[in-house]
Every structure is written in C-alpha cells, then in structure tokens.
Design a binder for this molecule. Structure first.
Ligand SMILES: NC(=O)c1ccc[n+]([C@@H]2O[C@H](COP(=O)([O-])OP(=O)(O)OC[C@H]3O[C@@H](n4cnc5c(N)ncnc54)[C@H](O)[C@@H]3O)[C@@H](O)[C@H]2O)c1
Ligand SMILES: [Zn+2]
Length: 387
C-alpha cells in the first residue's frame, strides 16, 4: 500500500512519430530583487530573506574581509543564519581557475548543500569568481551579490555574467548564471579610494549617455557629492544606474544581439586594457577614454553636435577620468591599440562594432569605423577646455 504522503506521478508521455523533430526545452525565467540601502542591518535582513536555508557562505577578498566582514557577519547571525567566511587575495589575479578551484575545494569539503546560499561580498573580482563557482558547484547553487565597489554596485553585480580569466583572455571561462538577489549597501563604499570611485562612476556615466538623459543630468548636478562619497547621493546614483542596467539587460539577457549599447566605450576601452596589461589602467578609466574616443569619432563624422561632445568630455574631466591618451597613468602605444582592434576584427570576420553617441540618451551602432578614424580620435583629441 502506498502511503498517503508519497508523491505519486502517473504519466503517459506519447512516443514521437518517426520523423518528428525532438526538441529539448529549458525555458527559465529568472527574476531577482535589487536592493540599495545604506544600512548594514537592512543588508543582512535582505540577504537572509534570499536564503532558502538558514546558512550562508560569504566569499570575499582579504581587503574587504578586514574592512567590512565583521559587522555583516554579526548582523547575518543576528538574523539566525549560520555563516562561514572564505576569503581570497585581492586583485584581478584572484579571478582565476586556480582560485576558483580552491573555493570549490572548500565547498566540497564543507557540508554546504545545493540549497545553501553563497554571498559574493566584494568588488567585481569577487562577484565574477564567486558567481562562477556558484554556477559550477553542484550544477548551480544559489548566490547573492553584495557589491562593495561602485563599479560592482552599478555594473558587475547585475546581469549574471560570471567568469574567471584565462591567460589567453579575460573572462574566457564563464557562464550566464543569475543571482537570487543583489543587495548593494553604499555604506561599504565609504572606504573606497577616490580613484576607485571615479572608475566606477565611468560605468554610470556610460549608462546615462546611452540610455538616460536624466541619469546623466543627475551625475552632472551631484558630482561633488558622489566624489565626496555622500551616502544619500551614492544611494540614489546606485539605484538609478542599477535600474537602467536592469532595463537594458532585460531586453537581451543572454547577449544574443551584438548591437549592445552597454558596450559604449568598451571597444577601445578593452584594447587599452589589453595593451597596457590589465593593471595600470583601471577598467573604468579605460572605458572613460574609450567613450571619449567614440564621441570623437562621432563628432568627426558629423553624427553628433559639438555641444553633446563637450558635455561628455566636460563631465569626464570634472570626474577626474581620462579623456585623452596623455591623461592615462602609463604611456599608450597607439599602434598597439590599433593592432589589438585589428585582431578583434579578424576574429569577428572583419567586423568591429562601435557604439557612437549621437545625443545624450541616443547612440548609433556601426561596423564601419576605420583604423584611421580611431587613430585620429586617439591622437588628435584635445583635452576639454580644461574647465
Ligand atoms: N560581470 C560583469 O558584468 C562585470 C561588469 C564589469 C566589470 N566586471 C569585472 O569586475 C572586475 C573589476 O571590479 P572592481 O573594479 O570592483 O575590482 P576589484 O574587485 O578588484 O576591487 C578593486 C579593489 O578594491 C578593493 N575593495 C573592494 N571593496 C572595497 C571597499 N569597500 N573599500 C576598500 N577597498 C575595497 C578590492 O580589494 C580590490 O583591491 C573586473 O574583473 C571586471 O572584468 C564584471
Ligand atoms: Zn565595463
């Protein structure tokens, strides 16, 4: 006799006709909440709400662990969670298979199960690495992002692009694997250096430029407050930029379409990072220069007005972000940048996509930008009226 509580499934799945195609279906609808706060207790409550079981493993880096882990761990325990902390060395070097492997080893040797929460607590490096580990461990365990850099809060924590680097290329080993939630506490940003704030801001300026005149105006009007790390201003900035990124990725969450406005500034930006060896130039700084170059190309083509161009350059300038090659902390080999772009063009069957700004909130995407145009925009660029 089958006990009442047993879950009985009676089924009669029909066999397919001989010549009917068989289709594998795995439709999935991922929705996750994004919370922005300045309060550690609220951060812990939100993270605890995301946990299916009262147990979480925080993955962080040594710098963030020393600065911010203790109050978060205490607050999470206050919410009834059992919490473990695993820390990796800070810096891009930790975004590696080797470090991911040490995390997987720790998980495998612990009693963490497939319903236990991983909390990625750190900048983009921790978020990308912990997210990738979460995607792989037991074919995927839930993870939540608690970003601690402005770059991670406005960008890396959203969208579920998880990866580690390979010596051949950055982000080469990765997946799309969505978090169960994002909780951005701007209070954690108060210990960031001015340079890190500026670099994160570049990605927010980008979102204003491609999709939101209102966000762009907000940054213009509140720049001093942002750079001074005033929490109410940072909270609004992260809220606005997160909402815009979420809206943009919802249109194409798995990047099937190559026409991605979010790549504004990244074509040249990535080439700058590659040729300078990922280190001396921060990602946000490279993107700032890339945006200035794209705007310069657009201006030279007559696709944008000098007024729009000046508005972008002036904002980058006020934000202390590089908008000409001479402003980078290292010399830039322009020929190497062009060579790096040529290589991408080669890999992509001759096409290299550029996002060119037309107005604040309007961009055009095109494949026909020539090496000469890039070179001229990189070389001829005159710093903004040094205002
Ligand atoms: N997944 C995505 O969609 C996406 C988007 C953009 C960038 N990224 C990735 O993000 C990475 C860069 O992220 P990042 O700029 O946050 O770098 P990061 O994670 O290396 O953090 C920068 C430095 O700041 C320190 N730090 C972090 N939080 C701090 C705090 N609150 N106070 C003081 N110091 C703190 C870190 O220890 C580190 O030394 C890159 O690997 C990039 O590829 C991913
Ligand atoms: Zn970026």
């Amino acid at each position: 006799v089958i006990p009442e509580h047993a879950y009985l499934v009676r089924d009669q799945i029909p066999l397919p006709a001989f010549d009917l195609p068989i289709e594998g279906r795995a439709g999935r609808h991922d929705v996750y909440p994004v919370t922005v706060t300045d309060d550690t207790a609220a951060t812990a409550r939100k993270l605890a709400d995301l946990a299916l079981r009262p147990r979480a493993t925080i993955v962080t880096d040594d710098t963030v662990a020393a600065l911010h882990a203790q109050p978060l761990v205490a607050a999470l325990r206050g919410c009834g969670l059992t919490v473990d902390v695993v820390s990796v060395p800070p810096g891009e070097k930790s975004k590696s298979l080797a470090v991911a492997m040490t995390l997987l080893d720790k998980l495998a040797l612990s009693s963490v199960g497939r319903r236990d929460l991983i909390i990625a607590f750190g900048g983009g490096v921790v978020i990308d690495t912990a997210g990738w580990v979460a995607s792989a461990y037991m074919r995927g365990v839930p993870y939540a992002n608690a970003p601690t850099t402005l770059l991670a809060a406005v960008d890396a924590a959203l969208g579920g692009k998880v990866a580690v680097d390979h010596p051949v290329a950055k982000n080469l080993i990765g997946a799309f694997y969505q978090p169960v939630g994002v909780v951005a506490n701007v209070g954690f940003l108060s210990t960031l250096s001015a340079r890190q704030i500026r670099a994160g801001l570049a990605e927010a300026i980008k979102k204003g430029m491609i999709a939101s005149p209102e966000l762009f105006e907000f940054i213009e009007a509140n720049l001093e407050g942002i750079l001074a790390k005033r929490l109410p201003v940072l909270e609004r900035l992260v809220r606005y930029a997160s909402a815009i990124k979420c809206e943009l990725i919802a249109r194409d969450p798995y990047e099937r379409d190559l026409r991605r406005p979010l790549n504004f500034g990244h074509t040249v930006g990535h080439a700058v990072e590659t040729t300078t060896g990922y280190g001396p130039v921060l990602h946000g700084e490279a993107v700032a220069l890339g945006m200035a170059v794209a705007a310069g190309i657009s201006l030279a083509r007559g696709w944008t007005e000098p007024g729009t161009y000046d508005r972008l350059i002036t904002l980058l300038h006020r934000a202390g972000l590089p908008h000409s090659t001479g402003q980078l902390r290292v010399g830039l080999d322009v020929d190497a940048v062009i060579g790096s772009l040529a290589k991408i063009r080669q890999i992509r069957d001759g096409s290299l996509r550029f996002v060119l700004p037309l107005e604040v909130g309007t961009v055009a995407m095109t494949d026909d930008v020539t090496d000469l145009e890039v070179e001229q925009a990189l070389l001829s660029h005159v710093p903004a009226a040094a205002s």
